[in-house]
Ligand binder design. Sequence first.
Ligand code: SF4
Length: 431
Amino acid sequence: MDICLIAAEGARYRHEDVRLGKPLFPPLGLMTVAALTPPEHTIAIVDESVEAADPRMESELIGLTAMTAAAPRAYDLADRYRARHIPVVMGGMHASALPEEALRHVDAVVVGEAEGLWPQVLDDARGGGLQPLYRGDSFPPASSIPPARRDLIEAEGYTAKYVMQATRGCPFACSFCTVSTFFGRVLRTRPIDDILAEAAQLGGEPVTLVDDNIMGCPEFANEFFARWADTGKTFWSQASTTMLKTPELIAKAARAGCKALFVGFESISQAQLARIGKRFNPIERYDELVKRLHDAGIAVVGSFMFGLDGDDRDVFERTADFAERAEIDIGQFSILTPLPGTRLYHELESAGRIVDRDWSHYNGAHVTFEPVGMTADALESGFHWIYERFYSMRSIARRVGKRITPLVWGVNMIYNRRVAHWLAGLREQPS
Ligand code: SF4
């Protein structure tokens, strides 16, 4: 069959809208699905963050994926392809959370991870017998993750051209997060030989390990960092604040080539953290964590969210003060978003607090629920305010002035130049 895999583009999640001049990451999920496709099929990938999919394209099967904010676009595309009698299969986080909704637009939904399911989907599609739902009985072993098909995308079109995954899942279950629902709470680790073999195919630029918690299994991280060090490649990844319990791993990550870690601080209030299931974040040790990472030569990409129950109008200024004092290198701010499939969604839904069901607004930049500590307008304008303050020249100088590296300085300057334009675009969007 001729198959086309499409990553639908909606309002990009959180600060990716700033675009850094290019889309941030290549579509690793689709590159992995492509790698699972038997060679008798021909396959292409269209990433709509680079180019819009052509609704008149010829294909024998369309495979769609979309984050929640892109679901309306994915459904629109699906409707058009199916009107031309091209079967459409949809996977990814949103369709997995709401398969019945997706099935109003597509022929089949793959719930969860594609490994173990995709070959069956293709066999059924070839025989004209697609089932509506494909759902695995368990999470597939990480050893079944193939090297991604990088030959199907133009790596140069992305800011972080090399993305890979070493692990899947996260041992925690924060209420707003889709990771443990989609990938499970048992961290599955790929065989290190497989990871290194895939890394060996990449060029010399930094690798982004899009793992949700690269130190979530300390034993694995210990061996992984030791062996990755031999590749000579630098990398970025994500880790939870629980790395404070294993400071030796921070040093080891740095020696292995880690240049930046994304850390979900989320809130500077312990009470709010408890409400979102992130009690394990110790706010009294945030400064120490940032200092430890900086001392090891690792930049900190800090994530913070607003609109949590208990947040008031002052939360933006308090958070900005903390981020500047702690010298957070790069900040990602978002409005709490009840993504379908999360515990937060069910909590707000059952309390009757979800007020906006336009999925295109579920990108971390819009208020979609009724906040309690401030009005929706105050929440949205506070979100805009903190981006403007954090990426002002004054704040950049305070935060990164002492430790200028080309990477961190470059990212801050791009934000400084683009953030006003991005926020103006958000203000103009219909609500
Ligand atoms: S620690 Fe991070 S990845 Fe894990 S559940 Fe919480 S937010 Fe999600």
